[in-house]
Design a protein around this ligand. Structure first.
Ligand code: SF4
Ligand code: SF4
Length: 403
């Protein structure tokens, strides 16, 4: 499946060979038939134009983010207070996304890059090396709210072929300059305890809060780069696939559930990225045993109600048009996954809750467990995870009732 021809690949990226040396470190096998992703095919966008996805349940799912239109239930986790908190947690993300949608057809952060910046410096800071710039940038980004920061080289394979306008239901050209050689990848942790209550509307607050924190760190860090006199294009879910860039930037490994697994927060992160020409020193991908652990663990696949997660070996076969084509990896069936979200009226993170890497790694014994999970003792660690009943659901009442 590997493309050994060093000329342009079938993806059509200028000078791209589809397969790159960094793939040996990330574990993504990019092969013949690889195609860059078109954002129009994203599962959420399909719910606007694809009759096989559109339904009353899907409409009600999106409407529930306006609290007056949510269908409150008596069961814990789906009551008025749960939707009120979930929707409040999305406030920063929603506000910035809605700001220019009607007037400029830009849904920033979800369909378009951010343009909400002040003027930067007109003079470039030139008195430091790429290594010094990288160290200072990481220091600044953490100060500005990022939990994790990594740097990789620009990789056109993960940039969408098109953006998508939900306002006008049309494809739009990508507005990313092609001469920005580095990508700064930021990640922010999602709350551990609310995730324990998945499935619930309450647990959706972890997602919204993660995005909102990410946006503050992202916009502030991009402004810092602009204030150094360099270009910085800030992107959240729009414009490019975040997970491969995060892995190439050394933030973590790829899990069976299709998510980034970081050493610090496991799969409990939201990701953002900045494309820039600030001279930087890229990081290297890391390996702490996730691939091997996922090979023996299937907790996410077993726990997923609609069985959207692969329980076999990595494969290049896409399930639907919402999957990437030509990359051998574990792939989630986005139609099944989103169908479950629509049915229950909120997003789902069961695969995050049950993942053995979903621990509070500020505690030494979990860090020790994580280290052992990367060794031949992984089966013992998996057994312990079951025996100690990690990943079990807690009630929303437990969360609300705590001091
Ligand atoms: S979010 Fe829920 S439905 Fe989707 S893959 Fe994870 S467990 Fe399955
Ligand atoms: S639950 Fe297990 S198989 Fe799934 S991503 Fe986490 S470690 Fe891997």
């Amino acid at each position: 499946m590997i493309d050994s021809n060093p000329t342009n690949g079938p993806c059509g990226c200028a000078g791209c060979t589809c397969r790159k040396p960094i793939d040996d470190q990330t574990g993504f096998q990019v092969g013949e038939g690889f195609q860059r992703f078109n954002q129009k095919h994203d599962q959420f966008n399909r719910s606007l134009w694809d009759p096989t996805v559109r339904s009353d349940k899907v409409r009600r799912f999106f409407e529930s983010y306006y609290t007056d239109k949510a269908s409150f239930r008596k069961v814990e986790g789906f009551q008025h207070r749960d939707y009120a908190l979930r929707n409040a947690s999305w406030y920063v993300a929603d506000f910035t996304a809605d700001l220019l949608e009607t007037s400029h057809d830009r849904k920033e952060g979800f369909l378009d890059t951010y343009t909400l910046f002040r003027e930067g410096a007109t003079v470039q800071k030139l008195d430091s090396t790429p290594a010094e710039n990288s160290a200072e940038l990481k220091r600044a980004a953490r100060f500005l709210g990022a939990d994790l920061v990594g740097i990789c080289e620009y990789d056109e394979r993960w940039v969408y072929t098109h953006n998508y306008s939900r306002r006008d239901d049309r494809e739009k050209p990508i507005d990313l300059p092609s001469d920005l050689p580095y990508v700064v990848v930021l990640a922010n942790a999602m709350d551990h305890d609310t995730i324990q209550t998945v499935p619930s509307a309450l647990s959706g607050a972890a997602t919204g809060q993660g995005y909102s924190k990410d946006i503050i760190a992202l916009l502030s860090t991009a402004q810092y780069i602009r204030n150094l006199g360099y270009r910085a294009v800030a992107s959240l879910n729009d414009t490019a696939l975040s997970i491969p860039l995060a892995i190439q930037a050394g933030l973590g490994e790829y899990g069976r559930h299709g998510l980034l697994i970081t050493p610090e927060f496991g799969p409990r992160v939201r990701i953002a990225k900045i494309f820039t020409d600030l001279p930087l020193e890229p990081d290297q991908p890391i390996h702490f045993g996730v691939r091997e652990f996922c090979g023996i663990c299937r907790k996410c696949a077993k726990g997923c109600p609609p069985k959207a997660i692969a329980d076999g070996e990595p494969s290049a076969e896409p399930h639907t048009i919402s999957n990437l084509v030509g990359v051998t990896k574990w792939t989630v069936n986005a139609e099944k996954c989103f169908g479950f979200w629509a049915n229950q009226g909120t997003d789902c993170s069961i695969c995050i809750r049950v993942c053995p890497y979903n621990k509070d790694f500020s505690k030494w014994y979990y860090r020790l467990g994580r280290r052992l999970a990367g060794t031949r003792l992984r089966r013992l660690l998996l057994w312990l995870d079951d025996a100690l009943k990690f990943g079990q659901r807690r009630t929303a009442g437990w969360w609300w009732g705590r001091a």
